[in-house]
Design a protein around this ligand. Structure first.
Ligand SMILES: [Zn+2]
Ligand SMILES: [Zn+2]
Length: 96
């Protein structure tokens, strides 16, 4: 659960969404999708396989449950990651 009064330990701002929090915590991100409600937990399915202009293009998808995030990771593990997959997929729980 992320409350609006929680200050981010990274940037000391108050993030008003899990998406903003993920963008801060997992920087540099290429894109972040999904925005679970602030009233619950947030799990991120992360891929570090992508490359953009020679750097890691980290893609992050946010889910309200670990189960969904693990499912998304398994999809990446199987085939959904695309071209130059180096199997760098993981799931983390975001902390406020
Ligand atoms: Zn922050
Ligand atoms: Zn991959």
């Amino acid at each position: 659960m992320l409350t609006k009064s929680d200050r981010c330990r990274h940037c000391y701002r108050r993030h008003r969404s899990w998406q903003a929090r993920a963008q801060c915590l997992l920087r540099p991100t290429f894109w972040v999708t999904g925005n679970p409600p602030l009233s619950g937990p947030c799990f991120a399915s992360i891929s570090d396989c992508g490359r953009w202009a020679g750097r890691v293009a980290r893609t992050v998808i946010l889910y309200p449950t670990r189960e969904e995030a693990e499912k998304a990771k398994r999809r990446l593990d199987n085939d959904a990651c695309g071209g130059r997959c180096s199997n760098r997929h993981r799931v983390i729980e975001l902390r406020p």
